[in-house]
Design a protein around this ligand. Sequence first.
Ligand SMILES: [Zn+2]
Length: 260
Amino acid sequence: MRSQDGLGIQGRQRELQERIKRLIIDQRLPPGAALPTESELMERLGVSRNSVREALKALQAMGIVEIRHGFGTYVGAMSLAPMTEGLSFRTVAGHYRGEDSLLQLLQLREAIETGLMARVVAGSRERSAELSALVAQMREEAAEGEVRAETDRAFHAALYAGLGNGLLSEVLDAFWDAFHRVRTDLAEPLQDPMTTWRQHAEILAALEAGDAHRAEQAVRRHFDNVRERLRSTAPEVSTQTPHFDDASVTSVSPIPPQRS
Ligand SMILES: [Zn+2]
């Protein structure tokens, strides 16, 4: 059905969502700030309560607003969680259709991480102690048989945190999440934990030597290794049951996180 303004119901909903987003921008509302009440929005935007509610629900699904029942509506955290969700789902669905979706995601991470190494090396001096501590911790964990994924993640996060680009850190975090939330046959064979430690120690050594080229090579070798493990489980149209390591999707037992 088309109204006089020529927009269908969906078009009008979409337009309403845009107007609410515009209101957040115009009023410079930060995450966590309260939005005008439902009644105020109805009056200001000249639409029905139902339309306002529907628009807010759609914006909540995108993480743009947060509806706290009984309290009101607030500007959302604007996190990349919805992107991570979509990326994880797309990757696992693609993998089980026989596409090399995990490899593609890995290539994306590799391109970004290696591409940044020159700048990381230039500004890594003040993070050297933190990175050293993480590498030492990896060594201890490796001696005990397994480098924890959290330690690995903390190392990569510390590398790029020095660049002071919040968006970059969040995007890399989202890629990591998506990659590690996908559980596949990739779980085997696990990398020798001493190799994991050595590869990170080499990245650190290159940083400490201020050698951007060597650092880039070290990161590339680190990714080569993950890639090899991915190749050893080259995708075919799989008949296996896909797993998310997310209890809300399937109630499988806890899945060991992958290292990279
Ligand atoms: Zn790593």
